[in-house]
Structures are given as structure tokens and as C-alpha cells.
Design a protein around this ligand. Structure first.
Ligand code: ADP
Ligand code: MG
Length: 539
């Protein structure tokens, strides 16, 4: 390898007398930039390292407006951080990418990237070229993927709910709401199972699971609702309707507006009376037609142009005993249609009996002061579910929602890729040993890179041990010894504070999460290494 070749090309200009000093400066800049990038990115990784694992700490984040968030989720912490350095921003993006790809492992991915950068720094100090290191790391990640898939993964029968529930519980165990993991894990599993079709691996769309947060009660009161839950309240008509015939409308029940702004001056009472009578007839006509179709529950989409439903209309709807819910958000429409298996009605002409959907019961429920509308017993329901998350204060409630999202993502990962691996640092140690062995058989730069990569992977068990107050070095060396003796599932049980057979202790996680952690972290590190200049554009 010729460590200078890339840099000579990158050296922009050699002005002046051509003294050695000038050339030296040109070469120095790329490495300074690289150094600064690595330092910035490592600072990010160090900042969230303490949050890894069940004994990890939580962060309290305060934004400019004084709003406070308490969280343990890597992606959330980084999203809220005010990061300025461009290389540090790459790690924020990395965590976001992991969140999209797998949903869990957002802390691990950043911690691993930090560790890989540190390894790269050491290799560069030895004189290896950054591009060669990037390539070496990529090769090591490919090999790691192969080992994970072929040797460490345990195939999963997706029908076996108990294993899937354990995976969801592992993910919840490292959250603020870990105490409630035995309640939330089955809810996550049931919800994902309800909306997916196991024949199709990509069938799980989390948009089909509506998570509603309701302040009040405790996280223990969280429940899954088979049917529809609307956050709006009943604004007219009875609060409860059995044998409901539901219409979802997108038109307004209020006097029409002209396209132009104009004023009509009414000068005498007779004219005034006529205007009012017209309005009354117009609205009465709409409401009567609604009643005539047999409809007794009406959901009205929010309108930005005018009032979706006027006071007069509400009065008529009340009199005709039609349960009315207004202000259904535009984004909610798709979900509501899918759940009720109906089409939104865009004009009065289409308001016919066949466009209505039926349900056994629609009622307004009262949850610690919040009023919600619940629809149950839908005839021919779509594949959707609603989950009502409860919490005694806003901070816990929001964190519970984020944690539940992680658990849902874990189950989705298992539907996509039906294999699990052990948790608690076991796969990282196993990979590290195998990559080290493999690297020893290689020649040249790759050999160095493989071994450094292998060492960098140990950061996960190391950090887990550190965060739980165990002796990091002793734990990792002990783990390495056990794995060398062939105990594949020896890992760190942070809860017990000891090394144990991690599979027996039910700490398992989806293969997809770890695969994505390794691959995404490697990609980001490789791209950071290949940057040799930061150019500020002038606008
Ligand atoms: P992330 O945001 O990366 O998911 P977490 O804080 O959820 O971070 O920590 C995940 C790590 O904690 C994984 O490596 C997982 O194997 C490990 N882990 C989870 N539960 C346990 C446990 N009971 N004992 C040891 N390690 C655990
Ligand atoms: Mg997690």
C-alpha cells in the first residue's frame, strides 16, 4: 500500500518556492480535518454511551422553549441535541437511519461507530491509508454479516409467540418503562400479529397501528383496542349508539361560502328572515338526507376553508339523534377508512346506505378527564388496531409511547427476518473471536483491519458491563474465555449483574437489529474516513 498516493492527489496546490515546508502543510490539512471529524463524532458516541443497556442511564433534554424530554432512546437523544459539527451530524443521521431500518439498536449503532472510529485512528497512526481502512472495515462487516447469518442466528417459528414476546421484552427492558415490560411486550406482539400477514414478509406496516396517548392513570392501564379509537369527543347527539351505521364525510354541513370576499347588506327584517330561512332549509335538507340513509353516527373531516359543521347543523343533528364527531384530521382519514372498511363520502350525492359501515357499538368513553370515542364490533373490520397508552405525567407517557414503538419495531423485524440471536454482548464477543481468527489468516492491510474491527466490537459488552457497575475488563476477558471454550450463549446478564447463559435468561433480540447496527455503523465510519476537507459554501 502506498499511504501517500491519495494525499498527493488531494494536495491542491504547491505555490511558492517549493520548499519542503509548503508540501508538508498541504499534507497536514487532510489529516487535521480527519482528526477533527473523528474527535467530533467520538464526542457524540461518548455522550450517549451511558444510555446503553438495561442499567443505562436516561437523559433529560431541555429544548429552547423549556420543554423537557426524558428518554433512553439513542435516536431521540440525538435528534434533540443541538449538533453543529458536520461529522457529528453524520452520527445523528446514522441513528436516524437505524431507527427507520430496524427501530431498535439506535444507541448501539452510535456506540459501535464511535469505537470503530477510535480503531481507525489507531490504524492511521500506524501509517495505514484511510481508504484502505474503509475498505478493510467494509470487508470485515461483510464477513461479520456472513458469520451472524450462518453461525449465530437461530431460526424462529413466527407462530411461536413466546419467543417473539421475549424479544419485545428485551427491547423494553432497557427503557424507562422496563417495569411494565411484561404488560407492554404482549400488547406489541398482538398488535403486530393483528396487522400482518405471515406469508408476506413485508406485510407489517406500523401505520396500521394507531397509538393514542391519554394522560392519566398509569402505564399499567395501557390496553389494545380491537376497533377504532378516536381522540375527538362527541359534539352532538347521544353519547352511545348501539347498532351503529357510520358515515365518514368530507363535505361540510354549514352554509356555503362564495369564492370571492363580499358583503351583503341586509336592510330590513323581511330580507333578514329570508336569509336565515334559506340557511335553515339548506342545512335541514342535508341533515334530513343523512337521516334518510339510515345513518346514526357521523364522523366529519376537519375543514380549513370554513366550519365543517355549523351550530345550526349541530342543533339538527342533536334533534335527529345522530352521534356526531367533528374535526377528524385529514391524516387520520386513511386509517379510519381502513379500519371501518368504508370509503369517505365526498358529497351529499354519494350519501347512500351502501357507503355506510356498521358496528355494534359506538360510545364516548371518559379516561381520567379525556373524552374519546370508541368503536367496537365493526362488521368486516380492516387489519388495524389501536393502542391506548396511559401514563401519569407527560414525560412518562411520551417515553412509554417511544418505548412501545421500539417494541413494535422489534416484532416487525421478526416478521421480516425470522431469526433471533442472543443479547447481552454474546454475539459481539462471538463475532470478535471469529473475525480475529479469520483476520489472522489474511495478508496485508486487511489483516490489521479485521483485527481492529473485531476489537472494536467488544465495545458493546464493555459498555454494558461499565454501565451496570461491573468490572468491564474482567467481564469481557471472562466472556472471551467462555466463548473460546465453546459456550456460544455466554453473555452478560445485566439484571443479575453476572455472566450467564443469556438464552436461558431470555435476553434475545432480532437478528436484523444487530445486522443493521454493524452494517450502518461501518458505512458511516467508512464515509467519515474518506472525507479530507470541509468546504463552507458561501451563500
Ligand atoms: P439500543 O437503543 O441500542 O437498543 P438499549 O439501551 O436498548 O440500546 O440496549 C441494547 C443492548 O442491551 C443490546 O445489546 C442488548 O443485548 C442489551 N440487553 C438488553 N437486555 C439485557 C439484559 N437483561 N442483560 C444484558 N444485556 C441486555
Ligand atoms: Mg433497545
Amino acid at each position: 500500500m502506498a499511504p501517500t498516493s491519495g494525499e498527493t492527489k488531494a494536495a491542491p496546490k504547491r505555490i511558492g518556492t517549493g520548499s519542503g515546508n509548503n508540501t508538508y502543510k498541504d499534507k497536514q490539512k487532510p489529516s487535521d480535518i480527519r482528526q477533527s471529524n473523528i474527535v467530533a463524532a467520538k464526542a457524540i458516541a461518548d455522550a450517549i454511551r451511558t444510555s446503553l443497556g438495561p442499567r443505562g442511564m436516561d437523559k433529560m433534554i431541555q429544548d429552547g422553549k423549556g420543554e423537557v424530554t426524558i428518554t433512553n432512546d439513542g435516536a431521540t437523544i440525538l435528534k434533540q441535541m443541538n449538533v453543529i459539527h458536520p461529522a457529528a451530524k453524520m452520527l445523528v443521521e446514522l441513528s436516524k437511519a437505524q431507527d427507520i431500518e430496524a427501530g431498535d439498536g439506535t444507541t448501539s449503532v452510535v456506540v459501535l461507530a464511535g469505537s470503530l472510529l477510535e480503531a481507525a485512528e489507531k490504524l492511521m497512526a500506524k501509517g495505514l491509508h484511510p481508504s484502505a481502512i474503509a475498505d478493510g472495515f467494509r470487508a470485515a462487516a461483510r464477513k461479520a454479516t456472513e458469520i451472524l447469518r450462518n453461525e449465530l442466528a437461530i431460526p424462529l417459528n413466527i407462530e411461536d409467540r413466546s419467543v417473539v414476546t421475549k424479544c419485545a421484552a428485551t427491547s423494553l427492558n432497557s427503557k424507562v418503562v422496563s417495569q411494565q415490560s411484561s404488560l407492554l411486550a404482549p400488547i406489541a406482539v398482538n398488535a403486530v400479529y393483528q396487522v400482518s400477514n405471515f406469508k408476506d414478509r413485508n406485510s407489517c406496516d406500523l401505520r396500521d397501528i394507531k397509538v393514542v396517548t391519554v394522560l392519566g392513570g398509569t402505564v399499567e392501564d395501557t390496553e389494545m383496542i380491537e376497533g377504532l379509537l378516536l381522540t375527538q369527543k362527541v359534539c352532538a347527539g347521544p353519547k352511545k349508539m348501539e347498532k351503529a351505521k357510520i358515515a365518514l364525510i368530507q363535505f361540510c354541513i354549514s352554509p356555503p361560502k362564495t369564492d370571492m370576499d363580499m358583503n351583503v347588506i341586509v336592510s330590513d327584517y323581511a330580507q333578514m328572515d329570508r336569509v336565515l330561512r334559506e340557511e335553515r332549509n339548506y342545512i335541514l335538507n342535508i341533515v334530513k338526507q343523512i337521516k334518510a340513509s339510515g345513518c346514526n353516527v357521523i364522523l366529519i373531516q376537519k375543514s380549513i376553508l370554513r366550519d365543517a359543521v355549523s351550530d345550526l347543523a349541530l342543533h339538527f343533528l342533536e334533534k335527529l339523534k345522530i352521534l356526531t364527531v367533528r374535526d377528524v384530521e385529514r391524516e387520520e382519514i386513511e386509517f379510519v377508512c381502513k379500519t371501518l372498511n368504508c370509503r369517505p363520502i365526498a358529497s351529499l350525492d354519494h350519501f347512500t346506505a351502501e357507503n355506510l359501515s356498521t358496528a355494534d357499538l359506538v360510545e364516548e368513553i371518559n379516561c381520567s378527564g379525556s373524552r374519546l370515542v370508541k368503536v367496537t364490533g365493526i362488521t368486516n373490520p380492516g387489519r388495524t388496531v389501536s393502542i391506548m397508552v396511559r401514563g401519569s405525567n407527560k414525560l412518562v407517557l411520551n417515553e412509554a409511547e417511544r418505548s412501545l414503538h421500539d417494541a413494535l419495531c422489534v416484532v416487525r423485524c421478526l416478521v421480516k427476518e425470522r431469526a433471533v440471536i442472543a443479547g447481552g454482548g454474546a454475539p459481539e464477543i462471538a463475532l470478535s473471536i471469529k473475525l480475529n481468527q479469520y483476520g489472522s489468516g489474511l495478508k496485508g492491510v486487511d489483516s490489521y483491519c479485521f483485527r481492529s474491527f473485531a476489537e472494536a466490537l467488544e465495545v458493546i459488552p464493555l459498555t454494558l458491563a461499565e454501565n451496570s457497575g461491573m468490572s468491564a475488563i474482567n467481564t469481557v476477558t471472562e466472556l472471551r474465555k467462555l466463548h473460546a471454550e465453546g459456550q456460544k450463549s455466554a453473555g452478560l446478564n445485566v439484571k443479575k449483574g453476572a455472566i450467564a447463559n443469556i438464552m436461558d435468561d431470555n435476553v434475545i433480540q432480532p437478528l436484523l437489529v444487530t445486522l443493521s447496527v454493524i452494517n450502518l455503523a461501518t458505512e458511516t465510519v467508512a464515509s467519515i474516513l474518506k472525507i479530507d476537507d470541509i468546504v463552507n459554501s458561501v451563500r
